[in-house]
Design a binder for this molecule. Structure first.
Ligand code: CTP
Ligand code: MG
Length: 335
């Protein structure tokens, strides 16, 4: 079942390329939607600064990392210095302010793992979650967006993969499958591994961007316009990469010993990270190192049942990309 070869390829796969690129084109959010999101962000910021003059709002997650689908909720991070008040107090106060301004469904969830205020803007119809001082998320959003600007094939591949993961129901962390953030990191890692590589490792290059977030230094080469101009000598098409992606995760990754590390542009050993056994509820059955918070394994939500589900889905997808006459249809058939 685990034939290990990177060389077998499907000679007619490019006949299906137009199908995958058309799917990507149909999934890109419109400019109108982007500008509505920015408008809502500006409205919210104007309300926030009346109460906290030094506070700022940042978009993060899929609405800002360029991997978002149309009509998704937006994720907003309120960045401010907290003196004596705690996050819960600020969120409750924020909820009062937003209610008074006629925003709908305002709710403070102060006891969630990441405490937030939820709301819906009746003018734009956009729903929004606001968290406080989650600066690492703002920084990893920029890192993902910068990777996406190097080569359009990252964004194309990640859209296809996210679409597949949602259709096949393997994008639900509360059920032990992986977050969208984890899938995008798997796409970046895969494109760093191609021969020749399609993406470099920005964190191993000279730092042109340095920020610090929650005592973690976030630094990397962010002059990606320079890399985009040069381009990669690798000319693989989107269809070939979709084929290669599923083949890689079905047959070529060493789940027992390897850690996926976008930070180093390679894999690390689980032993070195001490991710070899279960600690509490954190298991390490598929290990994906967060690029900045390196003690964080994005695979920790995956349990011994869901790892089988995920790997079987990779194998199903690889098999379809290898043999199916209509891979661009069968791949996305609902679970
Ligand atoms: N995030 C994180 N650590 C995680 C999960 C998420 O830092 N373990 C942050 C990342 O900045 C990520 C954002 O939260 O971009 C949103 O995560 P997620 O919901 O997985 O991804 P989205 O890109 O919003 O995808 P979707 O379109 O599925 O909502
Ligand atoms: Mg999201």
């Amino acid at each position: 079942r685990h034939f290990k070869s990177q060389n077998i390829c499907r000679s007619d796969i490019n006949a299906h390329n137009a199908h995958f690129t058309a799917l990507f084109d149909s999934l890109i959010p419109s400019e109108e939607e982007k500008s509505k999101q920015k408008e809502l962000l500006a409205t919210l910021e104007s309300l926030v600064v009346k109460e906290w003059p030094d506070a700022r709002l940042h978009l993060y997650g899929s609405c800002a990392n360029s991997f978002g689908f149309p009509k998704s909720d937006i994720d907003v991070c309120l960045v401010m210095k907290l003196e004596n008040e705690d996050k819960a107090e600020v969120l409750l106060k924020l909820a009062e302010i937003l209610k008074a301004e006629n925003l709908q469904n305002v709710q403070a969830l102060t006891r969630a793992r990441v405490p937030i205020v939820k709301l819906m803007d009746p003018v734009t119809g956009i729903a929004c979650d606001i968290c406080i001082n989650n600066i690492l998320a703002v920084e990893n959003t920029k890192l993902l967006r910068d990777y996406a600007r190097i080569d359009v094939r990252l964004r194309q591949l990640a859209f296809v993969v996210k679409y597949w993961a949602k259709k096949r129901e393997v994008n639900e962390t509360y059920q032990g499958t992986l977050s969208s953030y984890a899938y995008v990191l798997m796409c970046i890692h895969f494109l760093q591994q191609r021969n020749p590589p399609i993406l470099p490792c920005l964190q191993e290059m000279r730092s042109t961007y340095i920020a610090s977030a929650e005592n973690v230094e976030c630094s990397y080469f962010d002059r990606v316009d320079l890399l985009r101009e040069v381009g990669s000598p690798n000319r693989e098409s989107l269809a070939e990469l979709v084929w290669g992606f599923f083949h890689y995760w079905a047959y070529c990754h060493d789940y027992a010993n390897a850690v996926i590390s976008v930070r180093t542009g390679a894999t690390l050993s689980k032993r070195v990270k001490d991710w070899t056994r279960r600690v509490g509820n954190d298991r390490h059955l598929i290990c994906i190192e967060d690029p900045f918070e390196v003690s964080h394994d994005l695979g920790r939500v995956v349990d011994k049942f869901s790892i089988r589900v995920i790997r079987e889905e990779f194998e199903r997808a690889a098999e379809i990309m290898q043999n199916d006459p209509r891979p661009g249809v069968t791949l996305f058939e609902a679970y």
